[in-house]
Design a protein. Structure first.
Length: 393
């Protein structure tokens, strides 16, 4: 039977993530070290686990309200106020989702109509494009550059805005580059947003993973609260990737429409996980500090090691990725990543997986043990030394 004719063109037009492709290739190479996946190697802190177990023991296994436990929404509201000085009403402006990924999908499907253009800085997270396409919108890629440390420039953004532009996705701290944007840089983007009457979907899932600089929530910039859908979650901050918990915070006029999409999509997030999230927000600040300090140690080690090997690599100040240029090798991102895996048994992700402007770089995640990083660095150095002998670099 020819199923192809039954499948919607929108579904056929999107592709499987290249990140997962390279991650799956690791299983085919015995002894390979993976620097592919952006997932904390820490297990969820025990007190958070215990909160979920307690909920189960108490029989709290029924549906919650579609928007999530009010208790959790109240904690999210308090967290956003104390950490980023933004205020959202827990009763009507916060929605608990199945991870930040579902939050992004819900936000885009609620805001985007057929033919609307969605501005996406590039390189960035792989899910934005397919979510826009599945919503009937048109992804418009706004390049960012290594020489700017992959910060979105307002003058470049303006060049890609048309009368069909509706939504700007703002992905900082950034995956894959580790780039952050300062408050002053975001204020310059805010002027463009106001000038062209845009709505911003601000993906701030890495907001707690910054080094030497505090994260600025885009909604905290004057005039931006009413134009911003803030996306965040628990996966990266509290090492809760498998729990699949995120949230949307948005003005009531948008949130009430997003709640309908969320309701028909998933009903609600898992109840016991929501109780775990309450515990994370109430008592998880020390966990964040411990993990952040270790990430910073790894970040500095990997960055220094790559620079010592001759890689051009700006200092990433957010998330847990480095994004070195491999252009001087003469290889494409895909060729470099493939050869590194098979010849050195180290798996990285080609920068091109995150958009055309990622070509010439690779993403390395340091969300793994220092022991793995040290061995990976040793193997990469051996690979680069061999490459230098075989070619003129």
């Amino acid at each position: 039977m020819n199923y192809d004719k039954y499948v919607a063109q929108r579904a056929k037009s999107i592709e499987i993530s290249t990140i997962r492709y390279f991650f799956n290739m690791v299983n085919e190479v015995e002894g390979a070290i993976s620097l592919c996946i952006g997932e904390p190697d820490f297990t969820t802190p025990k007190h958070i686990d215990e909160a979920a177990k307690k909920a189960l023991d108490e029989g709290k296994t029924f549906y919650t309200p579609n928007a999530g436990l009010l208790e959790l929404r109240q904690e999210i509201s308090r967290y956003l106020k104390r950490r980023f000085d933004v205020t959202y009403k827990p009763e009507s402006e916060i929605i608990v989702t199945i991870g930040a990924s579902q939050a992004i999908d819900v936000a885009i499907r609620t805001l985007v109509e057929e033919g609307d253009e969605v501005l996406i800085p590039q390189p960035s997270f792989v899910a934005y494009k397919p979510c826009v396409i599945l919503a009937g919108g048109k992804p418009v890629y706004v390049p960012t550059y290594l020489e700017d440390e992959f910060v979105l420039r307002p003058d470049v953004l303006e060049r890609y805005i048309t009368d069909k532009s509706k939504v700007l996705i703002l992905p900082y701290p950034n995956n894959p580059t580790g780039a952050i944007m300062t408050r002053e840089q975001l204020e310059a983007i805010a002027e463009v947003v106001k000038k062209h009457d845009l709505i911003v979907v601000s993906d701030e899932i890495y907001s707690e993973l910054t080094y030497g600089i505090d994260h600025t929530c885009f909604a905290s910039i004057p005039g931006m609260w009413e134009r911003t859908v803030t996306i965040n979650g628990f996966s990266k901050t509290y090492a809760m990737t498998g729990w699949r918990l995120g949230y949307i915070a948005a003005p009531e006029g948008m949130a009430k429409q997003m709640l309908k999409v969320h309701q028909y999509n998933v009903t609600c997030a898992a109840t016991m996980g929501q109780y775990a999230a309450v515990e994370a927000l109430r008592n998880g600040d020390d966990d964040i500090k411990i993990m952040l300090a270790e990430y910073d140690r790894r970040r500095r080690y990997l960055l220094d090691s790559l620079r010592d090997m001759g890689f051009e690599c700006f200092e990433p100040k957010g998330a847990f990725y480095v994004f070195p240029s491999i252009e001087k090798t003469g290889l494409t991102s895909e060729e470099f990543a493939t050869r590194l895996l098979h010849e050195a048994k180290v798996a990285v992700v080609p920068g091109s997986a995150f958009g055309e402007n990622g070509q010439g770089c690779v993403r390395m995640a340091y969300a793994t043990s220092m022991e793995n990083l040290q061995e990976a660095v040793r193997r990469i150095k051996t690979f680069m030394d061999k490459l230098k002998k075989d070619t003129v670099i």
